[in-house]
Design a protein around this ligand. Structure first.
Ligand SMILES: Cc1cc2nc3c(=O)[nH]c(=O)nc-3n(C[C@H](O)[C@H](O)[C@H](O)COP(=O)(O)OP(=O)(O)OC[C@H]3O[C@@H](n4cnc5c(N)ncnc54)[C@H](O)[C@@H]3O)c2cc1C
Length: 407
């Protein structure tokens, strides 16, 4: 039986795990070794089922902060031509009169964020890692057992190999069964809704506009892709989602058009539809000696504010900053005090982002007087007050927190 010894084992080559490897690249020259493990192959053609789940048929809204980080890591230049800049955002409420607009030009940036198909981002993140000296990609192979020991973490793969690592990063997605094997528990709060995800084409070009519309059925996001194409994330109650998934294309488009209105132009075609149950899931612990949970394994959020990956990326950058510093000082990468310092440094960002993603769908789902009034008040205040708009935009752009030194 072969045991592979490395400094860091990253379990999960989704958006989080793959991003972390890029962020740790400066330490490879100093001899740091990494194993990146995933049960799915890291190269794929077309077939959605065979891809790592992060890189399925969805598109992701990257905050301006995430895009800047990907640029400094050299990833952005390889994917930029597939991404679409969000130059304007309209937030509106179907049931009331509140509405606000954000503009990149007003914020002094070229884009409020960028939209990219996950498969394109996945190729950009994973392709450069396959031949990187110091990084072993162990995929496809599933880890079926994890055990902590004196030296760090011991992983058993389903192909008979084992990995011994000083630090184990669990980036293996929501409610990680392996973290639960280690006694880590999760808090789960279901929203009673699913996100229906698809792409639609409109007769009208989007001109860089993204739309977030809060309707009685739930929030809908239209995110610009190629010139007439939008990625759609439509939140629907659990009891209707299957019916909407099953509608024929014409009926589906008519229902969607009714919810979003004609601001996006006349919808004329729709692509494959996927759906995801929505819940706020957080692990009760994120660090232990030689162990850290990242990305969805630490926190899965409601996608309404498009913050799940953006938050994971800021966590990755902060963790990498601490690990790189530790390597420079010749310290242990599994050191508990260092991991706790990382967690403390990210705590307020995590708290604020999770709270914002949690409150938005509840605020806009309510018809009750005060809440409805508060959201209208908020939208009106934002449309009237440049400072309120600027604060909101900075948060949405992922610039509300202290920047890391990475890149
Ligand atoms: C509908 C929807 C829309 C979203 N839109 C946005 C958005 O616009 N902006 C944004 O920032 N975020 C968005 N998100 C959130 C974003 O998709 C997640 O934050 C991101 O996918 C998390 O990636 P991850 O790498 O942490 O986990 P995952 O994508 O779940 O990856 C985990 C990886 O671990 C592997 N794995 C698991 N177990 C094992 C094992 N035992 N052995 C080996 N490998 C294993 C899996 O194969 C997988 O590749 C959205 C989410 C949803 C549901």
């Amino acid at each position: 039986m072969t045991t592979i010894n490395v400094d860091i084992a990253i379990l999960g080559a989704g958006m989080t795990g793959a991003s972390l490897v890029h962020l740790l690249r400066p330490a490879l020259a100093q001899g740091l070794t990494i194993a990146l493990l995933d049960r799915q192959a890291l190269q794929w053609q077309g077939d959605v089922q065979s891809r790592p789940p992060s890189f399925d048929g969805r598109a992701t809204a990257l905050s301006f902060g995430t895009q800047q980080l990907l640029d400094r890591l050299g990833v952005w230049s390889t994917v930029a031509s597939s991404a679409c800049a969000i130059e304007h955002i309209q937030v509106s409420d179907q049931q009331r009169f509140g509405q606000t607009h954000l503009h990149a030009s007003e914020q002094g940036v070229e884009a409020l964020g960028y939209v990219i198909e996950n498969a394109q981002l996945g190729a950009g993140l994973l392709n450069p890692l396959r031949n990187l000296s110091g990084v072993q990609c162990l995929a496809p192979s599933a880890v079926d057992h994890v055990q902590m020991n004196e030296q760090g973490a011991y992983l058993r793969l389903n192909d008979g190999r084992t990995v011994q690592a000083t630090l184990l990063v669990m980036a293996d997605g929501g409610r990680s069964p392996l973290a639960q094997q280690l006694g880590i528990t999760y808090q789960r709060q279901s929203y009673g809704t699913h996100a229906l995800v698809t792409q639609v084409e409109s007769l009208q070009a989007h001109d860089g506009w993204a739309y977030e519309r809060f309707s009685r059925e739930g929030p809908i996001a239209f995110l610009p892709l190629s010139s007439h194409q939008y990625a759609v994330v439509w939140t629907l109650n659990n009891d209707v989602v299957d019916d909407v998934l099953a509608l024929d294309d014409a009926t589906f488009l008519a229902r969607l058009q009714q919810q979003i209105g004609h601001r996006v132009g006349r919808l004329q075609s729709v692509g494959e539809r996927l759906s995801y149950p929505l819940a706020l899931v957080t692990s009760t612990e994120q660090v232990r000696r030689s162990l850290v949970l990242l990305g969805n394994a630490a926190h899965s959020l409601h996608p309404v504010a498009g913050q799940g990956f953006n938050l994971a990326m800021r966590d990755c950058a902060r963790l990498a900053e601490h690990i790189l510093d530790q390597v420079r000082r010749g310290g242990q990468v599994g050191d508990l005090a260092m991991l706790q310092r990382y967690q403390q440094a990210q705590a307020s960002d995590q708290r604020n982002t999770i709270a914002a993603s949690d409150v938005l769908p509840k605020l806009f789902a309510s018809d009750r007087g005060l809440l409805a009034l508060a959201r209208d008040g908020g939208l009106i205040a934002m449309s009237a007050l440049p400072t309120a708009r600027r604060l909101f935009a900075r948060h949405a752009m992922g610039l509300g927190q202290k920047a890391t030194q990475i890149g």
